[in-house]
Ligand binder design. Structure first.
Ligand code: ATP
Ligand code: MG
Length: 179
């Protein structure tokens, strides 16, 4: 039996300073998988295996693949290392391949907005991906500071507004909540 296809694949952007960008995309993945769609998430600038979503996908969700393309250490905006650049380029190449093959219905590029803002990935290359993707593929970009050109190209943008965050009370990231 043939799998369902998303009717009109769009481009969604989750940005802003408030919490909920990556988790919004994970919620979309959960929803899509329930209908038989396949989801691929590439996490840019992340390299830690400690994220709960990695364990969940691996253990329980065969239709949800999550890959990371980062070092798990702080990336300097002004002076990213060659290794940071290489990882981002490698990750983007994988993303291009996955999108263009069209095997995955939802492709989530987590923190790609930051990767563009830090000049690790050229905005032009991401725009080209948007313009050449197969029609059934839904693209989801997360991360603070989504560039203006990406906002223009998107069909849906949600801006998470920071109202309160326990971080500012000195509370560190909590397992199961922040990672
Ligand atoms: P989440 O992954 O929880 O959905 P996010 O993707 O919106 O958060 P990022 O900007 O990717 O948030 O931030 C990375 C980490 O910092 C996450 O652990 C996130 O929960 C946490 N965080 C989110 N918003 C803030 C904030 N305003 N101040 C401090 N830390 C934050
Ligand atoms: Mg995030």
């Amino acid at each position: 039996m043939s799998r369902p296809r998303i009717k009109q694949g769009m481009v969604q952007v989750y940005t802003g300073n408030g919490k909920g960008k990556t988790t919004a995309s994970l919620g979309l993945a959960l929803r899509a998988i329930g209908h038989g769609y396949k989801v691929f998430m590439l996490q840019f600038m992340k390299g830690s295996k400690d994220y709960g979503e990695l364990q969940t996908a691996e253990k329980y969700l065969p239709n949800f693949i999550i890959m990371q393309s980062g070092l798990g250490t702080f990336v300097s905006k002004e002076n990213p290392s060659q290794h940071d650049l290489d990882m981002a380029h490698q990750g983007f190449k994988t993303a291009q391949k996955v999108v263009n093959e069209g095997h995955y219905d939802l492709v989530i590029l987590d923190e790609i907005n930051i990767a563009m803002d830090f000049n690790l990935i050229p905005i032009q290359d991401v725009l080209e991906l948007v313009n050449t993707k197969p029609p059934h593929v839904e693209l989801i970009f997360t991360g603070r500071s989504a560039p203006e050109a990406i906002r223009e190209a998107a069909d849906l943008i949600s801006e998470m507004t920071l109202v309160k965050h326990p971080y500012y009370l000195g509370i560190e990231a909590r397992q199961g909540i922040e990672f």
